[in-house]
Design a protein around this ligand. Structure first.
Ligand code: GRF
Length: 214
């Protein structure tokens, strides 16, 4: 039997996307296993959620490591030692050095709360507030491969939501977040099924292999 896809999830705060991944695994719609959840923020809600779910947690702070670069290199080392197949940024607010992306080529993904390349950069709720302020009629979320340029890597999948007349940053964020929670586990499942390939800036998702006819 094929081994389950091993995930390393990086999160800095609330952890609702982490929770969506954990729930999809529990529900049997995501065939993966979270090996470790790593945070740069001790005691954050994401780490609590992981502990509650019996998942290994680690926090690696900038202070302990003496700077951001050593911190991210330590996180990279930890993920390598944990043997993860896919690194998932689920609300992780640090961008790695080239050594980090090189350690997991095309296998580090991020979820961003806008339709990239619009409103790239910035952490939630910045992109959602900017979308409201700019008056766009549609926004959404994007799952993309992490490269050395922030929010500019190949796009794997997007979900679209309308921006309503009376939206503020909070109401738009909530509408987008509901889509994030569906999109991120779905994309991870594509990796679990080995369906994702990258050709230059474009990502191809192969059709699922049919269950067969016996
Ligand atoms: C989400 O909006 C995600 O798109 C962005 O950071 C936020 C994380 O939320 N990258 P949560 O911690 O998963 O609840």
């Amino acid at each position: 039997m094929k081994e389950r896809l091993k995930l390393g999830v990086l999160a800095s705060g609330r952890g609702s996307n982490l929770q969506a991944i954990m729930d999809a695994i529990d529900a049997g719609t995501l065939d993966a296993r979270i090996e470790v959840v790593v945070s740069n923020t001790k005691g954050c809600r994401a780490l609590q959620r992981a502990s509650e779910g019996g998942i290994r947690t680690e926090s690696i702070t900038r202070k302990e490591c003496g700077g951001r670069r050593p911190q991210l290199l330590n996180i990279t080392q930890l993920l390598k030692e944990a043997g993860v197949d896919l690194v998932v940024y689920a609300g992780f607010n640090l961008v790695g050095p080239p050594e980090m992306t090189a350690a997991f080529p095309d296998r580090m993904i991020n979820i961003h709360p806008s339709l990239l390349p619009a409103f790239a950069g910035g952490m939630a709720p910045g992109p959602q507030a900017d979308a409201v302020e700019r008056g766009v009629k549609y926004s959404g979320c994007t799952v993309h491969i992490i490269t050395d340029k922030v929010d500019a890597g190949p796009i794997i999948a997007q979900a679209v939501v309308p921006v309503l007349e009376d939206d503020d940053s909070d109401s738009l964020s909530a509408r987008i977040l509901a889509e994030e929670h569906k999109l991120l586990p779905r994309v991870i499942q594509w990796y679990a099924e080995d369906r994702v390939s990258v050709e230059g800036r474009r990502v191809r998702v192969a059709e699922p292999v049919s269950a067969g006819r016996g």
